[in-house]
Design a protein around this ligand. Sequence first.
Ligand SMILES: [Zn+2]
Length: 163
Amino acid sequence: MENYYNQNHTKNNEKNGTQPLTISNDQQNNSPHFTQTQHPQFVKTCLECNAKIKGRVDKRFCDDNCRSAFHNKHNRTQLLITREINAVLRRNRQILKDIFETNHSETIVSKQQLEKKGFSFEFLTHSKEKSKAEQAKYCYEFGYLELKEGQFKIYKNQDITGF
Ligand SMILES: [Zn+2]
């Protein structure tokens, strides 16, 4: 997903030879590219279709269709990225929830047991201090705390405002 995004961005920057999407007008006016646009050799091209652009120097698209096609693509990429991460977080939450509810209390589980179920330790929503030395990590309302090497205690935190 990240590759797709980067490729697209690189491609568009190469095509156009100017700054990425987020540039403000102020920055654009101060940038070396602005002076380049004054140069007779420099031809501006549309970020979407690569056609030559006539008109104002800060114009980035040939028309509204190209503008919205470009932004739709950008938004779609962002949607795919967040959707993928949300899916991992929801799976983590479901794994913790299943373990917690099967045992009807706070539960101890090994790292191997969690990994076997497909738990991804690198994805969490937030963390919370249980004591000075202990940070419980949460996927939504279900959390875990490493007690000793490879052993985790599962928590449920219903106090949403406590997040
Ligand atoms: Zn265009």
